[in-house]
Design a protein around this ligand. Structure first.
Ligand SMILES: Cc1cc2nc3c(=O)[nH]c(=O)nc-3n(C[C@H](O)[C@H](O)[C@H](O)COP(=O)(O)OP(=O)(O)OC[C@H]3O[C@@H](n4cnc5c(N)ncnc54)[C@H](O)[C@@H]3O)c2cc1C
Length: 441
């Protein structure tokens, strides 16, 4: 079942040319297009389905510095400011607020890990508070438990996944950009090896610069061009409950279950990291690279089924640009929920937070989470194809850093001083070291 999604209108006509074409209307694509349009560039965004309909509306909505890998922390800190600035600049409401994130635990090793992260974060000016048992009990009083400790990150927050990408897309329109939904990019036109256009199902847009922000579809799109982008997806299932529970934290993580307040007064419930692996040929192709990541996550991953294969997002088939492609056959990647995971999540949540017994399940959905082997996104120009900028592989934590990622894309394209050091994100790192360092958290 799709997650709740705010809908926006598309632009009436596909332009014949643009300074930049952005492929993909998730957070990475819309923020890239927004910052490019803000700098006066003529931008067209093409989305095969609806803006925000894949990962960007299916997530918890956490925008966090807490427990970020060192390589992503600067982008995460900037993103929190950019979420706020976006609302000021546009008057649009993404639902972003710095409500703070609460983590509770009874596991000494986990608490030590959080303390280590706190010490490191302090060195880069990020404040986070470790909680002793008493403080954890007070902050976590909605749970029916005692806790050994926890952590509270006061400057982190949440945004509304059902609104964020669509309202950013609306801001692109106000800046003179165009947004084209139900418009798949089938391929690129190259002249002398450089990008010269984007072939879509509705016609070709001449351009010298393309941003490929295609989420879980990015690797198969790259494959058409002979570009090797190691990427794998896991299927995660989550649920929302009806309004009615009082006095719960806005955002709480425990190893059993995590909750996040929703714009409609309900909550999103999930088990952190829990997912199914649906084997595909693409996964087989990159399996060697993903061994360290899958081993690290082995306790929370379970084997899936053939639906990933059937969905087509990890196809290794070469498609024709003058015929219907897998992207048009599957406008919105809407995988089947893992019902056992949903049942377990709800029952754990009722156990942990008795107040939730006043609610019922409103909705449940699943999403394919696309990852790189080292858990850090690939953002930057693809070597060998001048004009093609990749922005994908956000590895389960791309919603919160969407604004920073989009800003970096715009910086790289316009030659502005990059908002963060672009080196850790360079796509070519994924083809130079087989086993890079997997993200810490
Ligand atoms: C259950 C779950 C929980 C999560 N929780 C969090 C969280 O709390 N915090 C956090 O930061 N992150 C979280 N994430 C991860 C986060 O949602 C993603 O990292 C982020 O949304 C990725 O954004 P994206 O723009 O790269 O991809 P997407 O949102 O998937 O967007 C890609 C878009 O590209 C389009 N597309 C693909 N190919 C083409 C083409 N050829 N032509 C036109 N359009 C195309 C697709 O239709 C899609 O709309 C979670 C994800 C899931 C599934």
């Amino acid at each position: 079942m799709p997650a709740p999604l705010y809908r926006i209108e598309s632009s009436p006509q596909l332009p014949k040319e643009a300074d930049v074409v952005v492929i993909g209307g998730g957070v990475a694509g819309v923020f890239s297009a927004y910052y490019l349009a803000q700098r006066g560039l003529k931008v067209a965004l093409v989305e095969k389905g609806l803006v925000g309909a894949e990962q960007s509306s299916r997530n918890w909505g956490w925008c966090r510095q807490q427990n970020r890998d060192a390589r992503e922390l600067p982008m995460s800190t900037h993103s929190l400011t950019l979420w706020e600035r976006f609302a000021e600049e546009t008057g649009e409401d993404t639902g972003f607020r710095r409500c703070g994130l609460l983590y509770l635990s009874n596991d000494e090793a986990e608490l030590e890990g959080w303390a280590r992260w706190r010490d490191f974060a302090r060195t880069v000016g990020v404040t986070t508070h470790m909680l002793n048992a008493e403080e954890a009990k007070t902050r976590g009083n909605a749970t029916s438990r005692d806790w050994k400790g926890g952590v509270f990150s006061p400057t982190d927050g949440i945004a509304d996944p059902s609104r964020a990408a669509p309202v950013v897309a609306r801001a692109i329109l106000k800046l003179g950009g165009t947004v084209h939904q139900m418009c798949a990019a089938r391929g690129l036109e190259l002249q002398a090896g450089k990008v010269s256009g984007v072939i879509t199902e509705k016609g070709t847009i001449a351009t010298k610069t393309v941003v490929l922000a295609g989420g879980a579809w990015a690797s198969s799109f790259c494959h058409q061009l002979g570009i090797r982008f190691p990427q794998a997806s896991t299927r995660s299932s989550i649920l929302s409950v009806t309004p009615g529970a009082q006095g719960l934290p806005d955002a709480l993580h425990t190893s059993e279950v995590s909750i996040t307040s929703r714009g409609d007064g309900g909550y999103t419930l999930a088990i952190s990291g829990r997912a199914r692996v649906d084997p595909t040929l693409q996964m087989l192709r990159f399996s060697r690279e993903f061994v360290p990541m899958f081993l690290k996550r082995r306790k929370s991953l379970a084997p899936g089924g053939l639906q990933g294969w059937k969905a087509g997002h990890e196809s290794l088939r070469k498609w024709r640009v003058d015929a219907i492609t897998p992207m048009e056959k599957n406008r919105i990647l809407d995988p089947k929920v893992d019902q056992s995971q949903i049942d377990q999540t709800f029952s754990r949540a009722l156990n942990l937070l008795p107040e939730l017994r006043k609610t019922t399940i409103a909705n449940s959905w699943a999403g394919y989470i696309d990852s790189t082997p080292d858990g850090v996104p690939a953002i930057g120009e693809v070597s060998g194809v001048p004009g093609l900028i990749l922005a994908a592989g956000f590895s389960g934590h791309g919603f919160g850093i969407g604004p920073g990622a989009g800003h970096l894309v715009a910086d790289l394209i316009t030659g502005a001083k990059p908002i963060v050091d672009p080196v850790p994100y360079r796509p070519d790192r994924l083809n130079t070291s087989v086993w890079g360092k997997v993200a810490e958290f």
